[in-house]
Design a protein around this ligand. Structure first.
Ligand code: ZN
Length: 140
């Protein structure tokens, strides 16, 4: 299923499992989870917290590590709606609309849109949230 409207996107990404499945595909396109610290692929999942732990260096990390979402307290459910908007709303979206849709202030929504646009422009979005942005979005 591919969300066609902002309302559908909000509903679609409100399922954290959906968000995590996306992040997994973006972060580890070949399906092998690796440690951001030492590169080991011996990764264990801490299921209760959606966190991972490296069995070699014991580093704990979340899906957000190494992405443009890393230092943000906002949930992936909100971030993915913002990404969806930028990828799908042909006429653009205002920070007011986005803020209302995901329940954050206009200022926060502006910051999110700005960060995503910047990352897409400089290519860091591709590099940081994954090798194949376009593919991920075609399959949503
Ligand atoms: Zn490690």
């Amino acid at each position: 299923m591919r969300p066609a409207t902002l309302f559908e996107a909000v509903r679609y990404f409100s399922d954290l499992d959906t968000c995590h499945a996306y992040m997994r595909k973006i972060k580890w396109p070949d399906g092998v989870a690796t440690c951001p610290e030492c590169g080991s692929d011996r990764i264990g999942k801490i299921t209760t917290r959606q966190m991972f732990r490296c069995k070699d260096c014991r580093k704990q990390f979340s899906y957000k590590v190494g992405t443009i979402f890393e230092d943000s307290p906002l949930g992936l459910d909100k971030w993915f709606v913002a990404v969806w908007c930028i990828a799908n709303c042909k006429n653009g979206i205002s920070s007011h609309e986005l803020g209302r849709a995901i329940g954050v202030t206009q200022k926060t929504a502006w910051f999110m849109l700005h960060r995503i646009r910047e990352a897409m422009k400089t290519g860091t979005f591709r590099n940081q949230i994954g090798g194949d942005y376009a593919k991920v979005h075609r399959s949503c």
